[in-house]
Design a protein around this ligand. Structure first.
Ligand SMILES: *[C@@H]1O[C@H](CO)[C@@H](O)[C@H](O)[C@H]1NC(C)=O
Ligand SMILES: *[C@@H]1O[C@H](CO)[C@@H](O)[C@H](O)[C@H]1NC(C)=O
Ligand SMILES: *[C@@H]1O[C@H](CO)[C@@H](O)[C@H](O)[C@H]1NC(C)=O
Ligand SMILES: *[C@@H]1O[C@H](CO)[C@@H](O)[C@H](O)[C@H]1NC(C)=O
Ligand SMILES: *[C@@H]1O[C@H](CO)[C@@H](O)[C@H](O)[C@H]1NC(C)=O
Length: 379
């Protein structure tokens, strides 16, 4: 069924009922889905249903779905919600603001209400379904599944990966003019490259609104007023390039460790929701960006990912996320993007679980939806 989205995203139209535009904050995606669904199901009025949890008594519960700031996650969550409501007829689907998906440990804890897999808790978790959990290669989560706390419902798309990016035109011109290979972190040790990536601090400050992410900044050692200065930039940042990033909860503590363990002359500026606005006004000036696949940013400007040293077997990004030391000294891993659900979903609402297990976006479809998402404007 999801494959039909691929056909219909190509159709543009603005004749969709107003109620859809109010209900869904990603109007373009929603309008297209409404179109597909009305076409293929023509159901008119689906019988209204609730998620029933069978225990000593029967409780009617909302279906709580994780919703983060990542555009790809917003798309898959909206698609799931629309299908749950309009096809299966569930009345009470709630999107819960939850940033746990980048840390599989935290995501599994959130989905179970448990600290670890040896847990007999019967609490109803804050989030019951997460459509995009980043699972690094080799990470073992089977104990959670074997303990019947969660189910793993397959991948949502091809892999996801964070990285440091430069505009491709800048990388090319450094090669053409100076024979500098700039798609490698070593380029950030060259004065001639760093010198071109300095930014006007006061101008950036005017875009920083730290109330957007105050708590996640406090979690990162050295994050002050939306900035993090690498060890070499503390006294004076006149030799330091600026890494532009959105929110500190996007691996901010791992970035701090990369900067300090590799000894880079880099400061980080977290620009929150203003990031895309700031880089859209760079007008040919080169800049250094924290970004990831799949995301909307790399689609507007052609960006090239810098490679970092490969990780030795003993270094784990999961450990790095809670480390206060300068432990992580290597590249971000390519992660699997997996769907997980609280075990009681499959036990009590097998149709919901079946639907979740069937949702998948191939790379091209996701790229189209990300472009639409960006142009349609979301939250
Ligand atoms: C699991 O967490 C509980 C506390 O929530 C703790 O007492 C127990 O030792 C932990 N078990 C393992 C295997 O880590
Ligand atoms: C670099 O050189 C190649 C081949 O000579 C050319 O195609 C490309 O446009 C140049 N790029 C820039 C940014 O100068
Ligand atoms: C930085 O930007 C501010 C405001 O736009 C400007 O007044 C100032 O001269 C700039 N500083 C530098 C060093 O370019
Ligand atoms: C800063 O962010 C907060 C929380 O998102 C928002 O309420 C406020 O309007 C923002 N302030 C400015 C000046 O944009
Ligand atoms: C990095 O910063 C230090 C000052 O902390 C400076 O001495 C050094 O030259 C800088 N390195 C580069 C490549 O600019």
């Amino acid at each position: 069924m999801i494959a039909w989205i691929f056909l219909f995203v190509l159709i543009t139209t603005d004749v969709f009922p107003g109620r859809w535009k109010q209900r869904i904050k990603s109007p373009v995606v929603a309008a297209e889905l409404y179109f597909i669904l009305s076409f293929y199901f023509n159901t008119g009025h689906t019988a209204k249903r609730h998620f029933k949890l069978y225990g000593n008594s029967i409780s009617l519960l909302p279906l709580k779905v994780s919703y983060s700031r990542r555009a790809s996650h917003q798309i898959s969550t909206h698609v799931l919600r629309i299908l749950l409501e309009e096809v299966l007829g569930y009345e009470d689907v709630v999107l819960v603001s939850d940033d746990s998906g980048l840390s599989v440990d935290k995501a599994l804890q959130t989905l179970t209400g448990c600290d670890n897999h040896s847990c007999l808790s019967s609490v109803v978790p804050d989030v019951m379904i997460n459509t995009e959990v980043w699972v690094p290669p080799g990470y073992q989560y089977n104990k959670w599944v074997d303990s019947r706390l969660v189910d793993e419902a397959g991948t949502i798309s091809t892999h996801g990966r964070f990285g440091w990016y430069l505009p491709t035109s800048f990388v090319e011109s450094l090669w053409n003019e100076s024979r500098i290979i700039a798609d490698n972190w070593r380029a950030l040790e060259l004065q001639s490259v760093l010198g071109q990536l300095l930014c006007n601090t006061s101008q950036l400050n005017s875009h920083i609104n730290i109330t957007e992410y105050k708590r996640s900044c406090e979690d990162i050692v050295g994050c002050i007023n939306g900035w993090l200065h690498g060890a070499k930039c503390r006294d004076s940042d006149k030799h330091c390039a600026v890494l532009l990033a959105d929110f500190p909860d996007h691996y901010g503590s791992v970035i701090r460790q990369q900067i300090n363990s590799l000894g880079l002359n880099i400061s980080v500026a977290w620009l929150g929701s203003e990031l895309e606005h700031v880089i859209s006004r760079m007008e040919g000036q080169p800049f250094l960006l924290l970004n990831w696949e799949p995301n909307t940013v790399s689609r507007t400007k052609q960006m090239t990912r810098l490679s970092f040293p490969p990780c030795s077997a003993s270094v784990s990004i999961i450990k790095a996320m809670t480390s206060q030391l300068d432990y992580y000294n290597c590249d971000f891993p390519p992660s699997h993007l997996r769907k997980f659900a609280w075990r009681k979903i499959q036990d009590n609402a097998p149709d919901v679980y079946y639907l979740l297990s069937k949702i998948y976006f191939d790379k091209d479809t996701l790229d189209i939806l990300l472009r639409k998402h960006k142009n349609g404007g979301v939250i």
